[in-house]
Design a protein around this ligand. Sequence first.
Ligand code: HEM
Length: 411
Amino acid sequence: MDLSADPSLSLFQLLDPSVHADPYPFYKRLRETSPVHWDMFMHTWVVTRYDDVLSVLQNFSADRTPNAKQMEALGLPGLSPIAAVMARQMLFLDAPDHTQLRKICSIAFTSRSVSVMEEQIQAVADELIDAVANKRQMDVIADFAEPFPAIVTAHLLGVPPQDHRQLKAWSADFAELLGNFQHNPERTSRVRSALEEMSSYFRAAIREQRDQPKPGLIGSLMRANVDGMHLDEDQIIANIIVTMVGGQETTTNLIGNGLLTLLKNPDTLAEMRDNPGIVKTAVEELLRFESPSQHTARIAPADTLMGGKVIKKGAAVMAIMAAANRDPERFPDADELNLTREDNRHLAFGWAAHFCFGAPLARLEARIAFTTLLGRLSGLVLLDEKLQWRTNSGLRGLRALPVGFDCKVVA
Ligand code: HEM
């Protein structure tokens, strides 16, 4: 039976707030009834099984940004300047350009540069909790999950931490285009001005650092050099933007969605609070269970046989990591939350060449965030069961997470 015309299997379902609030039954239906699915409403293939998602991430092309001419043909000329920046970002390039760019960026962003940030990141988390500890309630998103990665990002880049609200606002605007397949023409001009503003901000930071070098990723990218190759100003700006956006929206979602999952499963919340030593596997499980970046897109590089279907060269493919991460063929009791799960090679950070560039930092931030929240706030409870989700199906996260707590536990 041809299921491509069945609207109940289309990714458009994710625009329904009740599906978006809990997309896993929908993903399960897709995985079980049409695992390699032609979605005729979205004009894209949709893959949901672990092995297929892995194969798409490993073998398909990431070069998917339409050029100015294609944008005009699509009737979206307003998006051309944005596409021009995206085309310079590592997320949208294939080898050999991607390999070279990532090599240069990796020199600037090493595991050592992440591990030396540990004390600073802990101080950021403690300061945010200090600000709410006596209030007995907080909005975890506004008071912690948003400012925490925004301040850490400022430190990482080497820009003033007091600019964190501005960094967050630009990131939220740009994220409208990442992981969001719903084109909203009214937002285009806002995304364009955000892009212009942050490009000028980072250009000024680069020029300032030519005379007065500072620690941080901007300076390291300016100095990074592989076999005499270095990045030009536009490449640095484009990749600082993808790092800044990639680093904020996802981390906010991991903390917000992760804490919500624990609040809904009080036994696991108690397990994590009483055994802080399990935080490493717990963070991996929360990444698997509620993946902050639910899907990504690719282009078929050649006619490809997958799940008995032929995906034609040049066709768009959506790889749903959040569905793959609940595939029972790969994860026993996939819909169960198990904070000490072993063999947990989830796809929440992607796979292969584009595997998340910031994963070591994201893991460190998440470990510090959960141990600080659970260690310092006792009696955590959800204050409002009616939750509101932001309308981005890819970067899926909460608008607010109001919680109450009994008292401040002295650190
Ligand atoms: C919980 C936090 C995070 C999650 C779930 C996450 C998820 C992902 C995923 C799924 C990809 C691959 C996308 C694809 O293949 O299309 C990716 C790539 C990337 N991430 Fe993250 N990310 C997180 C945090 C961060 C942080 C903290 C940074 C930077 C400080 C960052 C920077 C990047 C960059 C630059 C890429 C592009 C890599 C490339 O194309 O080679 N991410 N991330």
